[in-house]
Design a protein around this ligand. Structure first.
Ligand SMILES: [Zn+2]
Length: 298
């Protein structure tokens, strides 16, 4: 598969905007054999057809849908195997089924965990659900970080409006993750392994994009809720049964937290955490609300 023309740092590469680089890298890495994507308008459709011709991929059209920012889109599947594409087309009738997740080559443990989260009433954000199922006292590899991936996650009233505000705040920034699915835990063995393969493909074909994503995704995050978080511009290390974070101010993308909280967090240059991500020192740092620090690292 000659993917270099499409998976590249060259800004003049042909690009169908609905198709994420991480999905394309998953195909090239052999982690996935088909990808669920969408086209928005005739130009997008033409670009996707060109990509399919270049990479000898088959395309199946699923139907009309709406993007996270409420634009009309057409859902499509692209992949190498006609039989698998047909099976996925059938499973598309219920996108909250195990069959659909498995058809898309997502790890079964992660699909099951996502479905369990979605079925809960009064949902906590998906990131909280995943963090609660992750082991304490360990840092998480950066390619597991899905905090800025809002696909399949905006299901509470008001989420779409917040997404619009968040997007405006971070316009033009590449906020795409490395793994194109939501893991069941930040140390899910299968996702850790597959995510590394996807990252390696990105690093080989688009080193600048890969490096900038690594820098964005490898920082510890103080997390309250889907659009309320602060990225600490530094590194998290294990220490004395917990963690220490050395950092200087906050990093992008910016979230919808208030100026006051931003200021409080910009002050200290070191934070000490318990194994479960609670800030233990400095004691005078009194952040509002229920939060946890998620120890993403290199
Ligand atoms: Zn999993």
């Amino acid at each position: 598969m000659n993917i270099g023309k499409h998976l590249s740092d060259n800004m003049n590469r042909p690009r169908c905007h609905g198709l994420q680089f991480n999905d394309l890298a998953s195909l090239a890495a052999g982690v996935k054999s088909l990808v669920y994507t969408s086209v928005h308008g005739v130009d997008d459709a033409r670009l996707l057809d060109r990509l399919c011709a270049d990479l000898k991929l088959k395309k199946v059209t699923l139907g009309n849908n709406e993007s996270v920012s409420n634009s009309p889109i057409t859902d499509v599947l692209i992949g190498t195997n006609a039989k698998k594409l047909e099976a996925a087309k059938k499973a598309y009738k219920n996108v909250l089924s195990l069959e659909w997740g498995i058809a898309l080559d997502y790890p079964e443990c992660c699909v099951k965990s996502y479905i369990a989260w979605n079925a809960k009433t009064g949902n906590e954000d998906l990131i909280r659900h995943i963090y609660a199922r992750s082991p304490a006292g360990k840092t998480f590899p950066f390619w597991m970080n899905n905090v800025f991936n809002y696909y399949s996650r905006l299901i509470r009233p008001g989420d779409r409006l917040k997404y619009a505000a968040f997007s405006k705040l971070n316009q033009g920034m590449d906020r795409e993750s490395i793994i194109p699915w939501h893991p069941c835990s930040y140390l899910c063995a299968e996702t850790v392994k597959k995510g590394k393969l996807i990252y390696d493909v990105m690093k080989r074909h688009m080193p600048f994009t890969a490096a900038s994503r690594k820098a964005m995704l490898s920082k510890p995050i103080v997390f309250w809720d889907n659009f309320l978080f602060a990225i600490l511009n530094g590194q998290c290390r294990k220490m004395d049964g917990g963690f220490i974070i050395a950092y200087k101010g906050l990093s992008r993308p910016k979230s919808l937290i208030g100026r006051e909280t931003e200021k409080m967090l910009s002050g200290p240059e070191n934070l000490w955490l318990s194994a479960r991500g609670k800030i233990t020192n400095p004691a005078e740092l009194r952040l509002p609300g229920n939060h946890v620090v998620i120890p993403f690292a290199f």
